[in-house]
Design a protein around this ligand. Structure first.
Ligand code: SF4
Ligand code: SF4
Length: 97
């Protein structure tokens, strides 16, 4: 899981969300441009780790019980984890619901 090292929101990014400083993505609070978020049904989860592997932002980390937990600070709501989960254990829900 990426470290929570900064709180720069998308509103403070350069035009086109361009990163002008190399290696600076971890400083960005990418989760605040999300409109949907993934929610895991742990009754369906088989702890395979596909969500962890496919997430482009290293949002998931494994807890002591072996389940993968999302850190919404970085989650952009792209839905890849829900698409790749072999058990359909992850549902994308509207922010605010
Ligand atoms: S991909 Fe689905 S089944 Fe696999 S660990 Fe993630 S939530 Fe669980
Ligand atoms: S919605 Fe996208 S960014 Fe968020 S946890 Fe899933 S794969 Fe990662």
């Amino acid at each position: 899981m990426a470290k929570e090292t900064g709180a720069v929101s998308w509103k403070e990014l350069e035009l086109g969300c361009t990163l002008v400083e190399a290696g600076s993505a971890s400083k960005l609070k990418t989760g605040d441009w999300r409109s949907m978020r993934p929610v895991t049904d742990f009754d369906l989860c088989i702890k395979c780790g596909q969500c962890y592997i496919f997430c482009p932002d290293m949002v998931y980390s494994r807890n002591e019980e072996g389940y993968y937990i999302a850190n919404y600070y970085y989650c952009k709501g792209c839905g890849i984890c829900a698409r790749e989960c072999p058990k359909d254990a992850i549902k994308m829900v509207q922010e605010g619901d």
